[in-house]
Ligand binder design. Structure first.
Ligand code: KG4
Ligand code: ZN
Length: 336
């Protein structure tokens, strides 16, 4: 089969990203324009600001992706774009651009689920990983465990009842005044602190299922901080370390239990929170002790990017799964 070059576009949150990937595997360019510095001043993503910034950036980001790949527009075979889930205004910028681009070039449009893109980052990084596998998807908006029999063939075996893991990191960091995004900020503070000096709950660890809940942990961390401050203790680093430990322990334990229950040898980690060093290390250690393999993407491919979108789209291209030009954005749909 001839080589397939796919342009991927990702604008679901606060990163304007474009990438060209060859044959679902080789990243020729991976351009990410992050709006973090803009949203930082508000303590979180402001949806309207994100949409406007995507509009300003998208053409430059896409052109840079072509320049870095050394390809002309005509050399791509399809245009892939994130259509769900995400901020609706943000998604619509990428989707409208992708539709116009695909129409102008007379190439097919491919709609990609952002979370499937996150999972696919593992295949971009490691090539073919054997199925079946268990995958923990942990991002700003989602926390789910999947039993996977193929790249597009899987079953949701558990998810969060309330806050996503990344959301809990972001909200607690904001409350503690550690800044945005919260995950890296808490990780940095935790590096200087000690877990175990205080105790925060390991929520749902006693339940024999694969559901998660992080809202109670978030509130417990906030209440503990109020108490600490009242008693004149402002060692935010120790609180950050205990919060991270409590959250990571639940993720690790439930993922290992899922791997055992489903009898798989391979575990995948995906989404922005997969960048967390403590999570990578602890899940890696637990997996090794049980002779299981853990795969996670490099840091750049863990957080939002368009290479994972172009990569996932290759499999849709090969299977002829194209999207019509009246495809709409689906903001909150979680159809994993
Ligand atoms: O996947 P992602 O880039 O965007 C979404 O699809 O949501 O994930 C963003 C989330 C944010 O909540 C951010 O705080 C978290 O990933 N994150 C981390 C780390 N880096 C990013 N959480 C914990 N530790 C990190 N090092
Ligand atoms: Zn994401």
């Amino acid at each position: 089969m001839k080589d397939v070059f796919i342009l991927g576009i990702e604008t679901s949150c606060d990163e304007t990203a474009a990438s060209i990937v060859k044959n679902g595997r080789q990243i020729l360019s991976n351009v990410i324009n992050s709006q973090v510095a803009i949203h930082q001043q508000f303590g979180g993503v402001v949806p309207e600001v994100a949409s406007r910034k995507h509009i300003e950036n998208i053409a430059v980001v896409v052109n840079t992706a072509f320049l870095e790949a050394g390809l002309s527009h005509e050399e791509i075979d399809a245009v892939a774009v994130t259509t769900m889930p995400g901020l609706v205004g943000a998604l619509l910028v990428g989707l409208s651009f992708a539709k116009a681009f695909a129409y102008g070039l007379n190439r097919p449009l491919i709609a990609v689920n952002h979370l499937q893109g996150h999972i696919y980052a593992n295949f971009l990084e490691h090539g073919n990983i054997e199925f079946p596998a268990v995958c923990l998807v942990v991002s700003g908006g989602h926390t789910s465990l999947l039993y996977m029999k193929g790249i597009s063939d899987y079953e949701l075996i558990g998810s969060t009842k309330d806050d996503a893991a990344g959301e809990a990191f972001d909200k607690v960091a904001r409350f503690l005044g550690l800044g945005y995004p919260g995950g890296p900020a808490i990780q940095k503070a935790a590096d200087q602190g000690q877990a175990g000096l205080y105790h925060l709950p390991r929520v749902f660890l006693d339940r024999n299922d694969f559901e998660f809940s992080f809202s109670g942990l978030k509130t417990a961390a906030m209440n503990l901080w109020r108490k600490m401050e009242k008693s004149g203790n402002n060692r935010v680093e120790d609180l950050a370390a205990e919060f991270q430990a409590a959250l990571v322990e639940v993720l690790v334990e439930k993922t290992i239990r899922a791997a055992n229950k489903y009898g798989v040898e391979n575990i995948l980690l995906a989404g922005g929170v997969a960048a967390n060093r403590d999570l990578r290390t602890r899940l890696g250690e637990s997996a090794r002790q049980r002779q299981l393999n853990l795969y996670f993407p490099s840091l750049l491919l863990c957080t939002d990017n368009a290479a994972m979108i172009a990569g996932k789209a290759y499999h849709d291209y090969v299977n002829g799964h194209f999207a019509p030009l009246n495809t709409n954005a689906q903001p909150s749909l979680f159809s994993l």
